[in-house]
Design a protein around this ligand. Structure first.
Ligand code: SF4
Length: 424
């Protein structure tokens, strides 16, 4: 068991003059402050549950039709599903399956693979056999690859019917999708719009993007096919946002959000957070992919951070950390990075606060499920809004990690038998 400091709590853990109303009680305030117990994390009787969210922040979602990608509901009020796309060569089955496994472990819910040729299409049955994630086959132009993919058992086709060169071919693909009971994603990309639309609109405007999407949809609807979701991607936020807004007014199909070719981990994450954040905050979006020139696993973690920040999903640890300043008493930067890394395996929605000093520290730490606020000699630990005691700087990380893991285990026991993953 961990050895805890035997020093009784006094204000000296922070500065000599605590800030009234925040931080720790001053000596001439509550007498019990002087006798705050040294935290004993294994003390019996702690059956607390996470703090309830005091802020009622509920986004109205656009009403959309619901489709299913092998059990993952998309639209119709279902949690916004997180997708990614493999960047392996699909015919390299080992590499592709390995990457899909890593994506699944990170929380990816639907994965897409490119099917550029027959070699890739022939790999699909084995990939399907060895992976559990719903699989989308991404196909351009060649309707035969779509037929092969559907026969291979993929769970969704990404194909634009207007690009496969002929009504008969569209009919064949739609008939195959119906036979296999799989949806189709119409994916319009500003970089590959039809020439007549570019001419008419003077470029790849949001209106041109939307009209392209509506044309593809009409070809499916003409054949009685409605298991469709739509993406309208451009590489800049403004066009993407306007295009999705326009489409959201025109159809009730679920919308797959993304800022395509958005850039590196850093720039792409920022663009995606802004663009997808705007749309999601307006209730638009039923599934998303954060497109990054990076490891696809990064796409999943960034997607969840976007969704968590809008309280649309609650997966995993939410770390609240102050930016630190000249008052900081603990190494917030290092501690935050280490805690995020060490708690990446936790799925339970737990908020952890890492705060540098007494100014905002106790307030934020108190609102978190588990929080720490740096003090002059030691740090102060909070659980569920209660001061639990003091802790040596060197012990902060391992004890925060252990407490979060134990809380996650208790939450798992509490929710056993309750369906769903806690998403809102
Ligand atoms: S909590 Fe303290 S250390 Fe952190 S930014 Fe605020 S004043 Fe600075």
């Amino acid at each position: 068991m961990e050895e805890w400091s035997t020093q009784h709590f006094t204000d000296s853990v922070f500065h000599e003059k605590p800030v009234p109303g925040v931080g720790l009680s001053s000596r001439d305030q509550t007498p019990e402050a002087d006798s705050l117990p040294i935290w004993n994390p294994s003390a019996p009787g702690d059956d607390s549950v996470p703090c309830s969210d005091p802020v009622q922040f509920v986004l109205a979602r656009r009403k959309s039709r619901q489709i299913s990608v092998r059990g993952v509901k998309v639209g119709g009020g279902a949690p916004v599903a997180v997708q990614s796309m493999c960047n392996t060569l699909t015919h390299d089955i080992e590499a592709t399956v390995g990457q899909i496994d890593r994506l699944a472990e990170a929380g990816c819910e639907i994965v897409r693979v490119a099917v550029p040729d027959e070699r890739a299409a022939r790999a699909l049955p084995e990939i399907k056999r060895r992976t559990g994630l719903p699989l989308v086959a991404d196909i351009h132009f060649d309707y035969r690859l779509a037929l092969m993919a559907a026969d291979a058992g993929v769970d969704c086709l990404r194909i634009n019917p207007g690009n496969i060169n002929g009504e008969d071919r569209v009919s064949e693909v739609v008939a195959s999708a119906k036979d296999h009971g799989i949806p189709i994603r119409v994916g319009v990309n500003a970089g590959s719009l039809e020439k007549n639309l570019l001419d008419r609109y003077g470029g790849a405007t949001p209106q041109a993007i939307v009209e392209s999407g509506l044309r593809h949809i009409a070809m499916l609807e003409k054949r009685g096919f409605y298991e469709t979701k739509i993406s309208l991607k451009a590489s800049d936020v403004a066009r993407t946002v306007v295009a999705y807004r326009l489409m959201a007014e025109r159809v009730d199909y679920p919308l797959h959000l993304g800022i395509t070719e958005s850039g590196s981990l850093r720039t792409g994450s920022i663009k995606s957070a802004v663009g997808l954040g705007i749309l999601l905050s307006e209730g638009i979006g039923d599934t998303l992919r954060v497109s990054l020139a990076s490891d696809p696993v990064d796409e999943v973690s960034v997607a969840y951070e976007i969704l968590k920040s809008l309280r649309l999903r609650q997966k995993g640890v939410n770390v609240v950390a102050c930016p630190s300043c000249g008052r900081v008493q603990i190494d917030v930067d290092k501690l935050t990075l280490e805690i995020e890394k060490d708690l990446a395996h936790i799925d339970a929605p737990i908020t952890v606060a890492v705060m540098g000093c007494e100014v905002n520290g106790p307030g934020e730490a108190r609102e978190a499920d588990i929080g720490v606020a740096g003090g002059h000699k030691r740090a102060l630990i909070f659980m569920k809004g209660e001061k639990m005691g003091l802790i040596e700087y060197a012990d902060i990380k391992k004890n925060l990690v252990r407490e979060v893991e134990e809380l996650a285990a208790r939450m798992a026991v509490d929710s056993a038998g309750v369906p769903g993953d806690g998403d809102t």
